[in-house]
Design a protein around this ligand. Sequence first.
Ligand code: PRX
Length: 652
Amino acid sequence: MSLPSEKNLSALLDERRTFPPAEEFRRRANWNDPAIYDRAAKDPEGFWAEEAKHLDWFAPWQKVLEWDAPWAKWFVGAKLNVTYNCVDRHAHSARRNKAAIVWEGEPGDSRVLTFDMLEREVNRFANTLKSLGVVKGDRIAIYMGMVPELAIAMLACAKIGAAHSVVFGGFSAEALRERINDAKAKVLITADGSWRRGNVVPLKASADEALTETPSIEKVVVLKRIGKAVQISMKPGRDLWWHDLVANASDECAAEPMDAEDMLFILYTSGTTGKPKGIVHTTAGYLVGASTTHRYVFDIKEDDVYWCTADIGWVTGHTYIVYGPLANGATVLMYEGTPDVPDRGRFWAIVDKYGVNILYTAPTAIRTFMRWGKEWPAKYKLSSLRLIGTVGEPINPEAWMWYHETIGHQRCPIVDTWWQTETGCAMISPLPGITATKPGSATRPLPGIAAEVVDAEGKPVGPGGGGYLVLSKPWPAMLRTIYGDPERYVQNYWSRYPGKYFTGDGCKIDADGYLWLLGRVDDVMNVAGHRISTFEVESAMVDHASVAEAAVIGKTHEVKGQAISAFVTLKEGVHASDALKEELKQHVVMKIGAIAKPDDIFFTSELPKTRSAKIMRRLLRDIAEGRVLGDTTTLADSTVLAKLKEQYKDEG
Ligand code: PRX
């Protein structure tokens, strides 16, 4: 394990531009007193308990935290229901007719669901699930595009106490199958397809392929999103249409009182092995973390229209499209498609059309917009925006400044939020009414969060230093375990520095104590904000009949942050060709999904290895990025590397 390249790091730490909150913004902000940091640090449990009062509880907790490292229980003994908090209580208040979900489909169709309408839809679907035999504790897989029914399905599960496992609609049939089987899901909820860049994503067809070997699945509910433009088949006895089922379902359904620590959902993410990890989040702590951070980081106000552009298939969508904002009674905008349909101004057209006040997106999207040119956003007013945010990967200062000027019109504070599937909610981020921001820094841990940068021995490093980011105290929205694999939970996150959560990210601290995230220090890549393991892609490659061995690295990429590069040795007698490269790329798409497709594949007769036969990816990264090679003393055969370097120069 090594820290990421030092390139530009000293430049980063020299960043002198600071952007304090504008006085007008500061005055109205939900949090504007810096004393909150000290108060929360002195008594984190008291701090979280205070914030938890924003939720409605069926029974109070006896204890805020029970911490038997690394096992946490928050709000011990309390009872509540997540959907009751996100929907019902608003539907029965002055917010009844307030828009909860404002949805825009890629082809231009749109829908608005008020809290009252959302409650009825959720109840109908919750009753539908019950009629299919779903009971508290069951796992339900969801494989859909970005339509309101995706949120409705999640909320319906939570209402009756079933745990959902949402699988991103861009994943392949095989990836879906693996996740269904790991969770032993009883029902799959999917759609005939979804729209993406004018094409149909054939969700049902992929689901059918996945379902050939998923013994736990009893029923499949299919939403009709596309209709005539896609051909699907329905398996009698197994597949049922969403609209048929809900037509006969009652729109009343009592919320199941859940224990604070009951599982709310599983969400799979990539780790350092080929097998995805089922990250387990529970009821109370997750909702307290999601709603609190949403309230303060995004400074949400009653009349705001809030838009997070992530897909709900990732944690960002779970926490900041569905649970955080809805718990706060906010109006959430949801968009189905891509930013370039019908043209490259789509996002900005949506901002103007709905008067979006808060926009939350990813650095990779911002870099894409930069490339498309200022003329696209310049066609729109963007005057409704008052706060903008980013998530998913480090944002380079150039992209930050472009976002600040071209989208935020130098008026909107930027919140660069660092967090992970595992953390459940934002951990490191500015508070827009308090923090002076610096382009490229996520600034400091939020109140109630304890983060440190430590060296290899676990000793905290001082200002100006760099090392590994760890979280040194439990927090409510933390993952509780890896589904079905508690050993791996302990091993993965808590064994490197006992008692501290190891994030897998490198980090530097500047003289003001600001944190600068440097990317992953393990074998996890971040490709266009998507987390992909090198091993997953390698396993997909060696699964192909022609491949003997593969080593995959994330290579620095101007827009995507990282791009996937694969070094491949072929089996005896296989002829290397461009056609084979293309075939291998398609093989990875088939095994994992288009997000994992390698940008380039490089055939070689040997891979650089240590004497104990470990592939030295670090050196492959140096080669791919044209850097001076790092330490090569542990190589078994140094001539392999010299040859590879020459060959890469010629072909690469
Ligand atoms: O490397 C960090 C990067 O994304 C990883 C977590 O990925 P995932 O679980 O898919 O969740 C992404 C959305 C929360 C982290 O380990 N990352 C996320 N946000 C930032 C970031 N790196 C730098 N700055 C960020 N703001």
